[in-house]
Write a protein that binds this ligand. Structure first.
Ligand code: PLP
Length: 404
């Protein structure tokens, strides 16, 4: 049995939708993008949606809309895909990483409150939160430099938003939700992406729904929506001359084929999510309680999980590399989700981060293993993956030595 790491869930409806576009002269800036945006805003329950060429582009636009500038500080999670921190660097902002809660893998709101307090206070108290390379440089890090919190809903699990929104309200901080892994996830019955100032979703082929490449910003703030539309489209303003550019912009547009594909996928979104939920259930049945394996905890505030990848954590005595190799030999691919951002070579070098800076994130990074996952997996495939995993763990010399 050969099992892919992920697979898109496509039907003839998607094929027909894309073909339909190819019979028209409108391959970009046509009617499908408008329909896709309207349908997506309605699905999330937001006033506006702005379609973009990727989730990364969407996050970048939100950072611009939040007014983040050179030298500003933005709090975010070191346990994420690199894009959620990179978008801060695009605007020359300073990422302030705050460690995650080890159980839910989402931001630790107690630590966030502490960081915001210290950073607003300035001086030595602020120093401990700054990247090592930026400490002791004689900066007067005053309160207003702290601009926003970029919250990551990691692995489709909502972050604990109420305390984070409270902190942001008290301090006048903007809140951007990276919901790229969490379409359809609900926090205390509310859709993620619509809880802060703006939320961003991504449609890369391994996400819950896909447009090939693509992303979507949702917001209730009309000014943010207008600014994102303008910057997405080379800095043009609504209704202005085609070759008039009011601000610095980018080409972050989504094309009509992708929008048509997105509309067809969004039509089936509840089915897509239900199928993933069923596959996650098959994994849970087989792996829950198995020695050496910890499955993802559903946080008490998570009223709906949106399964993005199926991540387990291996007991530290188990040799993860050996397990991966043994599974690979049985044609079962795995991934290490996520290596901490602060230890990525570029970040370590630029900011002086070291192992030990964010212990909970690092511990997850060392133990996490993502198993093949998609809505089109069969129960037999899940069975095969779990069997190969269990065999690999039993073969693991470390677990044997530990007497397991
Ligand atoms: C996928 C993802 C992104 C970026 O999405 P792209 O569409 O690939 O640019 C951003 N943040 C997180 C957490 C993601 O998983």
């Amino acid at each position: 049995m050969k099992i892919p790491m992920s697979s898109p869930d496509l039907t003839s409806a998607e094929v027909e939708a894309v073909r339909g576009v190819l019979r028209t002269p409108h391959l970009s800036i046509g009617p499908r993008i408008v329909k896709f945006e309207e349908a997506f805003a309605a699905y999330i329950g937001a006033a506006s949606a702005v379609a973009v060429s990727s989730g990364t582009a969407g996050l970048h636009l939100c950072v611009i809309a939040a007014g983040v500038e050179d030298g500003d500080l933005v709090l975010t999670s070191p346990l994420s895909f690199i894009a959620s921190a990179n978008v801060l660097l695009y605007e020359r902002a300073v990422p302030i990483f705050v460690d995650v809660d080890p159980k839910t893998m989402t931001p630790d709101s107690t630590l966030v409150a502490e960081a915001v307090d210290d950073l607003s206070h300035g001086g030595k108290r602020a120093d401990r939160w700054l990247p090592p390379e930026l400490r002791d440089l004689g900066h007067a890090w005053d309160g207003p430099r702290l601009k926003a919190i970029l919250v990551v809903h990691a692995f489709g699990q909502p972050a604990d938003m109420d305390p984070l929104l409270g902190i942001a309200r008290d301090r006048g901080l903007r809140v951007i939700e990276d919901a790229c892994e969490a379409i359809g996830a609900q926090y205390k019955g509310r859709n993620v992406g619509n809880l802060g100032d703006a939320g961003v979703f991504a449609f890369y082929p391994n996400k819950q729904m896909t447009t090939g490449e693509g992303g979507m910003i949702v917001t209730d703030n009309a000014d943010w929506a207008a600014l994102c539309r303008s910057v997405r489209n080379q800095g043009r303003s609504d209704g202005s001359e085609w070759l008039r550019h009011d601000r610095l912009g980018y080409n972050y547009r989504l094309d009509e084929m992708s929008a048509a594909l997105g509309l067809a996928q969004l039509d089936r979104i509840e089915d897509l999510l239900a199928k993933r939920d069923r596959v996650a259930g098959w994994y849970y049945e087989r792996l829950q309680g198995f020695e050496g394996i910890e499955v993802l905890h559903t946080a008490p505030w998570t009223t709906r999980m949106s399964w993005f990848v199926y991540v387990i954590r291996l007991d530290p005595v188990i040799d993860r590399d050996a397990v991966r190799l043994s599974m690979e030999e049985k044609s079962v691919p795995t991934r290490v989700y996520f290596p901490p951002i602060h230890l990525q070579p570029y970040y370590a070098k630029r900011f002086g981060f070291h192992r030990g800076d964010f212990p909970a994130t690092e511990k997850i990074g060392e133990a996490a293993l993502a198993l093949p996952f998609s809505g089109v997996m069969t129960e037999d495939e899940v069975d095969y993956v779990c069997k190969s995993l269990m065999e690999a763990i039993h073969e693991s010399p470390a677990l044997g030595r530990a007497g397991g």
